[in-house]
Structures are given as structure tokens and as C-alpha cells.
Design a protein around this ligand. Structure first.
Ligand code: SAM
Ligand code: SF4
Length: 348
């Protein structure tokens, strides 16, 4: 494939011909919530601060990805807003040739404080996790989160000019599967773009092991619940965007253009459209969320003097990791290949 003016090297492709244009960059494994689907109640063993990639290291790695055709970066974690000076990092990454868009996924707890600065720094979009609209239930799922504060964070993102703000709701049987219609109605009324997410078997010590069948509510069931209230028109995925398949919703009292997305990694796998790789806070490059093999780019940077040889070594490491990327994962309703790391340490 030809290199474009922004990508001096041929764009990254895996061995199945899938082009990689999107990097999920986890900036911390720390979090101010402890969601039942993401980490165990007692939290995780945090890595020492010195093991985190510095802003300079992140810049160098993202620069290497951008030179290989990665255009879109999602900042995630852990909770990305607990990493100090995030707007500075955004400004620095925005300035890299080839980087076209930086977006953020957050639990919203610190969003009111940071929304305007994030927007000023050039952040293009915000996704907020919102699994319930009932305060006590929200606190139970997030193990202590304050719903009002998160709702205010969503409002702050809208006030700062991020629009449309997206919402992520992981639907778990027995936790919030009776709130699908309420969440969808609430979101469409406010012109927020809700995505209903199947609970994935990531990490051994989440609530997955405690709920029969893992608690995953299959996409077909999510759609059936939506269809009980709205007429649904499937619109499929948005090219180059994430794995959500969107449905247009029509019905009484529903604004024109209302939509909800469904993200169905477990029962309706979308791996053939995969365009992404992940970087852990410690610089581990994961070609797939479900694959525990990581290429440690931080060690590579810290053991190689700066210069063209290091840039070349970085490109090789990335190409090697991509070369080993599998066609698909093996998530199933019974668990399948549960990863050894928790979502919070990988970067969701
Ligand atoms: N702390 C931020 C947040 O909660 O939005 C960003 C990190 S979080 C790991 C990113 C996304 O992963 C969230 O929307 C969360 O709901 C989702 N997530 C975490 N664990 C999951 C699981 N086991 N299955 C499906 N989605 C999960
Ligand atoms: Fe923290 Fe986000 Fe995981 Fe919840 S989903 S524990 S907010 S990283």
C-alpha cells in the first residue's frame, strides 16, 4: 500500500489486511471508581509511578503510530482524568503530524472541573460511562460513584461544546438490565448518543464469575427490549469509528434522528472490522484486548538511545505485534478466553 504525505511509511496492516488507524491509549491504571465489571472489590495492585509512560514517551510512541497511519487516539484508563495535566498531553499529541482526532472515555466524576480545559486543549469528543440512572444502584455498580456528580459532568461536557456526548452503559443481568429503556429514553431526550455494551469476560476477579452465564445480556436481547418501545432501523457501524452498530429509533415523543448503539463483542463479534490497537499505561502494546501478549515499548525506549535506530526499532516492534494479531478473540457467554489482566489495567 502507498504511503500518504502524512504517513512516511506504509500504513499499518495486520496479516488479515485490517488497517490500523485507531489507538486506545491508557494513561493510568488508577481509578476513583471500582466498577463491578472492571475490577475486583479490593482494587488492583497498582504499578509504581515510575513504571508509567512519561508524556515524552507517550509522545514518541504516538508519533511513531501516527507515522504509520494511526489518525485517531482515544485516551482511557483507569480513569484518565486522574492523570495530572491531561490537557497538556492532549495539546502535545494534537501537534503531532498525522494525528487527526483525540477523544476521551471517562467515568465523568472529574469532568465538571476539567471539561473547558480539555476542550481548549483540542479534545474532539467525550464518552462518559453511565450504567444506571438510579443513585443507589449507580453507587453499587461503581462501588461508590456519585450519580449526581456524573450527570453534572455530562452537562459540563455539553456546556463546553462537546457534542454529541456519547454514553457507555455495560448491561449486566440482575444489575441494570431493567433500565435499558430508561437509559435510552433519557439519552435520546438529551441528544446524547447511548451505546449499550455487552459485558465482556475480562480479568478473572470481576463480578463475571459471580453472575450466572457471566451476566452478559446478548445484543439480540438488547435490541428486542428497544424494539418493545421503538421502531428500529439498523444503520450498522460508522466507517472508521468504533465497533458500535447503530439503530435509528422512531416512536411517539422521540426526537428525529434518535439513535442508540449496541456493542456486542461476545455474541456478535465484530473482529473482521477491527481497526485498533491498545497501549497500556506501562507501554505494553496489545494488538487485541483479549490477547495477553504485550510488546513492551517502554522498555524498548528506556534501553535504546534516542535517534533513528530507536525510531526504527519502535516501528519493528509495532509491526511484529501486529503480525501476531489473531483474526478474532474467543469471548463466549461462558467466559471463553478470560484475560489475566483486569480491564482497568489494560485500558478499556
Ligand atoms: N474510567 C473510564 C470509564 O469508566 O469510562 C475509562 C476506562 S473504562 C475501562 C472504559 C470503558 O470500558 C467503560 O465504558 C467501561 O464501561 C467499559 N468496560 C469496563 N469493563 C468492561 C467489561 N468487562 N465489559 C464491557 N465493558 C467494560
Ligand atoms: Fe474505573 Fe472506568 Fe473501570 Fe469503572 S470502568 S472501574 S470508572 S476504569
Amino acid at each position: 500500500m502507498q504511503a500518504s504525505p502524512d504517513t512516511p511509511h506504509p500504513p499499518l496492516e495486520d496479516r488479515f489486511g485490517r488497517r490500523v488507524s485507531y489507538l486506545r491509549l491508557s494513561v493510568t491504571d488508577r481509578c476513583n471508581f471500582r466498577c463491578v465489571y472492571c475490577m475486583p472489590a479490593e482494587g488492583i495492585a497498582l504499578q509504581p509511578a515510575a513504571s508509567l509512560l512519561t508524556f515524552e514517551e507517550i509522545e514518541e510512541i504516538v508519533g511513531a503510530f501516527a507515522a504509520l497511519g494511526v489518525e485517531r487516539i482515544r485516551l482511557t484508563g483507569g480513569e484518565p482524568l486522574v492523570r495530572r495535566d491531561l490537557p497538556t498531553l492532549i495539546q502535545r499529541l494534537r501537534a503531532l503530524p498525522g494525528v487527526r482526532e483525540i477523544v476521551l472515555t471517562t467515568n465523568g466524576h472529574l469532568l465538571r472541573r476539567h471539561a473547558a480545559a480539555l476542550r481548549d486543549a483540542g479534545l474532539a469528543g467525550v464518552t462518559v460511562s453511565l450504567d444506571s440512572l438510579r443513585p443507589e444502584r449507580f453507587a453499587r455498580i461503581t462501588r461508590g460513584g456519585d450519580l449526581d456528580r456524573v450527570l453534572d459532568g455530562i452537562q459540563a461536557a455539553q456546556d463546553a461544546g462537546f457534542g454529541p456526548v456519547k454514553l457507555n452503559a455495560v448491561i449486566i443481568r440482575g444489575f441494570n438490565d431493567d433500565e435499558i429503556l430508561d437509559l435510552a429514553a433519557w439519552a435520546v431526550e438529551r441528544r446524547l448518543l447511548l451505546r449499550l455494551i455487552e459485558f465482556m469476560p475480562i480479568g478473572e476477579d470481576t463480578v463475571w464469575g459471580e453472575v450466572a452465564g457471566g451476566g452478559c445480556v446478548p445484543a439480540a436481547e438488547l435490541r428486542a427490549v428497544l424494539a418493545s418501545r421503538w421502531t428500529l432501523t439498523p444503520e450498522g457501524m460508522r466507517p472508521g469509528a468504533g465497533p458500535a452498530r447503530y439503530l435509528r429509533l422512531e416512536g411517539p415523543d422521540t426526537p428525529q434522528g434518535a439513535r442508540v448503539g449496541v456493542i456486542s463483542a461476545v455474541t456478535e463479534c465484530f473482529c473482521d472490522a477491527c481497526n485498533r490497537v491498545r497501549l497500556t499505561p506501562q507501554g505494553g502494546l496489545r494488538a487485541c484486548l483479549a490477547d495477553d501478549r504485550e510488546a513492551n515499548l517502554r522498555d524498548l525506549l528506556r534501553s535504546t538511545p534516542p535517534g533513528p535506530a530507536r525510531a526504527e526499532a519502535l516501528r519493528h516492534a509495532v509491526a511484529r505485534a501486529l503480525g501476531a494479531k489473531e483474526a478474532t478473540h474467543a469471548f463466549t457467554l461462558d467466559g471463553g478466553n478470560v484475560t489475566s489482566k483486569q480491564m482497568v489495567s489494560i485500558g478499556g
